[in-house]
Design a binder for this molecule. Structure first.
Ligand code: MN3
Length: 239
């Protein structure tokens, strides 16, 4: 018997029925591609000039409105292309679009975190009162000073473009510091990022030129510890 598309789908449905209801339904004649999230550039809770003199206004504007916007657009494009591939049944570019999803998705997630964990000094930046997060930092690193030294060293030493990131590890509740190359490589699994510094040159070059360590050291003045502590509390609940 000649196998038509309809009989093939019918066989698939029958198989799905015998294997259990947890299997996804096979596509019917109207191809389903799944729903798409429209990723959007987040608004900042402060003005571009408000992190001066630690990060200059021009760098902030370019970084947020151009660089981060490009990652948002890149992620939307990659996910739309994957939906198109599902619709067409053509996965010949799967490797390319999967990598694009990781790169732009990583960029979108980390920049969204980066804006959130900074604050102008006038709005509380750099102030770190005793809180559950400070206790957890002491428990995981010995002291706040040791944590800060390790995080600073990790940020300065990232090869090429990348990030230093403080993660909450769900398995044991520990806080760990990792580097990320670009915005998606060298990640751990089952961790929740809490604090991150962007050390791509576009994040500091206008003001600090090649002096990444000066930028990293200045950056500590504008960390929004209240926001980091809130995310730590949420991460602990989720874990
Ligand atoms: Mn960046």
């Amino acid at each position: 018997m000649k196998t038509t598309r309809r009989t093939f789908i019918g066989t698939g449905l029958a198989m799905a029925g015998t294997l259990g209801s947890s299997l996804p339904a096979f596509a019917d004649e109207n191809t389903k591609t799944g729903s798409l999230t429209k990723h959007e550039l987040p608004q900042l809770s402060y003005g571009y000039a408000e992190l001066e003199p630690f990060i200059d206004a021009t760098t902030m504007e370019l970084h947020h409105s151009k660089h981060h916007k490009a990652y948002v657009d890149g992620l939307n494009k990659a996910e739309a292309e994957l939906a198109k591939a599902r619709a067409n049944g053509d996965f010949s570019l799967i490797q390319h679009w999967s990598k694009q999803c990781a790169f732009h998705g990583g960029g979108h997630a980390l920049h969204s975190l980066f804006w959130k964990i900074m604050s102008p000094i006038a709005k509380g930046g750099g102030v770190f009162d005793s809180c559950p997060l400070s206790d957890a930092i002491t428990a995981s690193f010995g002291s706040f000073e040791s944590f800060k030294k390790q995080f600073t060293a990790a940020a300065i030493a990232v090869e090429g473009s990348g990030w230093a990131i403080l993660h909450y590890r769900k398995d044991d509740g520990a806080l760990i510091i990792l580097q990320a190359e670009n915005q998606h490589k060298l990640s751990a699994w089952n961790t929740i990022p809490l604090l991150a510094i962007d050390v791509w040159e576009h994040a500091y070059y206008l003001k600090y030129q090649n002096k990444r360590s000066d930028y990293v050291n200045a950056w500590w003045n504008i960390v929004n510890w209240k926001a980091v502590n809130e995310m730590y509390a949420k991460a602990k609940q989720a874990g």
